[in-house]
Design a protein around this ligand. Sequence first.
Ligand SMILES: *Cc1c(COP(=O)(O)O)cnc(C)c1O
Length: 432
Amino acid sequence: MITSESFGVNAEGHLTIGGCDSVKLAETFGTPLYVMDENVIRKVCRMYQGSLEKYYQGKGQAVYASKAFSCKEMCRIVAEEGLGLDVVSGGELYTAKAAGFPAERVYFHGNNKTRDEIKFGLEFGVGHFVADNLEELELLQELAAERNQTAKILLRIKPGVDAHTHEFIRTGQIDSKFGFALENGEAKQAVQKALQLPNVQLIGLHCHIGSQIFDVAPFVLAAELLLDFMKEIRDETGTLLKELNLGGGYGIKYVKEDTPVPYDQYMQIVSEAIIKRCEAYQMEIPYVYMEPGRSIVGEAGVTLYEVGSVKTIPNIRTYVSVNGGMTDNPRYALYHAPYTALIANKAAEPADFCATIAGKCCESGDLIQENTMIQKPQAGDILAVLSTGAYNYSMASNYNRNPKPAVVMVRDGEARVIVRRETYEDLIRCDV
Ligand SMILES: *Cc1c(COP(=O)(O)O)cnc(C)c1O
């Protein structure tokens, strides 16, 4: 099992999460159930904000990428912790607005924002748009002019740094649908265009180089490449861009082999590189953003299921079927994402049983994990899957007309529902 300050095992041998007995949570709120530990979320928020204070003179902000887990309560927590909020759609923006999130701290991303979404963003008064393409620049100009507004923008740049989980490569021409490439002059053309648009104000540059990254080096390289480009822009146009957004992608622990960098170390190393480069170029250091999503909520989350059947196929494998699956966690089906599982009501027993955890959907690929070691399971047990706080609820679907589970927030032994369980009535709400 992964050790975490959030987890424990109580006298009954039950897994505890944030001081709450997981088996009692399952009884009280039903299964499948997403459980999130608020203390973990807040602690990570403070680590990111604190690292900017400590290593970068406070000239920056952590911005939570809400696509990892978006709901009103999460927006409220992020607002309280003083972070900004990334949104990628009208729906995420609507959630932020409904939660009373301060508009000026919202950053609107996306490679194909629709006309309606941009209008909504302007109306709400989002702080920054992160512009992805030339058509978007024109649309921003048109819609901002109509409203007599100025849209503050960052340009999304492909720096040519491609970071995978345990390695990174610098490619001449990265194949990505996001942003403007540096190498072929696209980025420069976008800067020139943006500088000419009267209702668009170019404030800075943005990049996001990947996800679940365990290495600081690709972040340093991306920052250096963007600073080089800022210098080039200054020298050629006389405009000094003031903001630099380095994206997110900081890796978390899914299985015990994962070795994430402590979250405050990124800024320590990256800020040194930025300060050094700016001195060499005699540039004022830019205001810096980091955009963690997964690392803020991922390890805070646990999913609880009830085991329905245990089916051993001799000499092949044992399927342990649970009452959820790809509908609440599609990440194994999508990209064979690793997870740690255990039997929550037998947490003190040895994990000596090899299980393939299957969901209840009509798809053979509906698996949560294959051949993973758990305690000996039987029907009625509560199975816990760890590190499901990010990209689980936010990627959940209603396939097979399964209602989405509830989300419960725990903190110091107290539990409260922050997203209620869907009902069958919810499933037919839009049917005519
Ligand atoms: C997804 C995304 C993030 C967050 O990535 P994580 O891997 O969850 O930290 C940040 N910025 C942008 C632009 C993204 O698309």
